[in-house]
Design a protein around this ligand. Structure first.
Ligand code: CUA
Length: 278
């Protein structure tokens, strides 16, 4: 390869990478090169853990490579210098096993604590309940009507005709309204999700919420909740390869002030039949 064609290739690759990055940035609204903006209450702890692990692995990476390069130079072949045969060093091995063991243990305990906060704590009573049911390839979304209550979802009743598995006898569901690929959450108010799937495994994933939950058919996940701390437009992307249309399975998600949410909810007239998904 000539020098010229090398630089032309490099310029092409750079332009290509930049074009890709800007295409992504349009969809994602925030940074492509680093973590996307965090707008969920729980996200700070997730990011904190991420930075701790990045720091620890960064220090280990530099240490290991520094030692490796040092040894490569120090113990390189030199005529007349005999090789050293070693069978290891017990004290050293105890040290470099014990320290990582304690670090992993500490990370596991801390991580588990954060996980409990996110998934095992009961969602606050004032949380807005929102049902999201994945299908090939889109999101059925169900909001409570003026009564503030969602109809009860029964996993076994989820079907093509009844994507939310709503019990028709349940009066709480009569005034619910549904959308397709459109979600609006109020800022500063907890949102409790009821996640399910009509067909195959999908995953609820919003990077800006640091929130990911698989949705296995036959289950209703009622323990996932979040609290958005800032307004903005985001994307609910499916994060499990669920078929040929997986790539286009995204919903528009907006976080708006509470009053705007109320206005939007009022503008959605309840459907005459409560179990339709679209
Ligand atoms: Cu649904 Cu990928």
């Amino acid at each position: 390869m000539t020098r010229n064609s090398f630089f032309r290739g490099l310029a092409f690759l750079t332009a290509f990478a930049l074009a890709l990055a800007s295409a992504h940035a349009e969809i994602r609204e925030t940074s492509v090169w680093w973590l996307p903006r965090n707008v969920n209450m729980f996200g700070h702890d997730v990011d904190f853990l991420f930075y701790i692990i990045l720091f620890l692995t960064g220090v280990a990476f530099i240490g290991v490579f520094f030692a490796m390069i040092l040894f490569l130079i120090k113990y390189r072949y030199r005529p007349g210098v005999a090789a050293i045969h070693t069978h290891g060093n017990n004290a050293l091995e105890v040290v470099w096993t014990t320290i990582p063991a304690f670090i992993f243990l500490a990370l596991a305990i801390y991580g588990n604590e954060q996980w409990s906060k996110m998934r095992r704590q009961t969602p606050p009573a004032n949380a807005l309940p929102v049902a999201v049911v994945g299908e090939q390839f889109g999101w059925n979304v169900r909001y409570p009507g003026p009564d503030g209550k969602l109809g009860k979802m029964v996993a076994a009743k989820i079907s093509k005709e009844n994507p939310f598995g709503i019990d028709l006898a349940d009066p709480a569901g009569l005034d619910d309204f549904t959308t397709y690929n459109e979600l609006v959450f109020p800022v500063g108010r907890p949102v409790r999700l009821y996640l399910g799937s009509k067909d195959v495994i999908h995953a609820f994933y919003v990077p800006e919420f640091r929130l990911y939950q698989d949705m296995v058919p036959g289950r209703v996940y009622d323990f996932v909740w979040l609290k958005a701390e800032a307004t903005g437009n985001f994307q609910l992307a499916c994060n499990q390869l669920c078929g040929q249309g997986h790539y286009k399975m995204f919903g528009k998600l907006s976080v708006v002030p509470e009053l705007d949410y109320e206005t939007w909810a009022k503008s959605k007239t309840p459907p005459p039949v409560t179990m339709t998904g679209r």
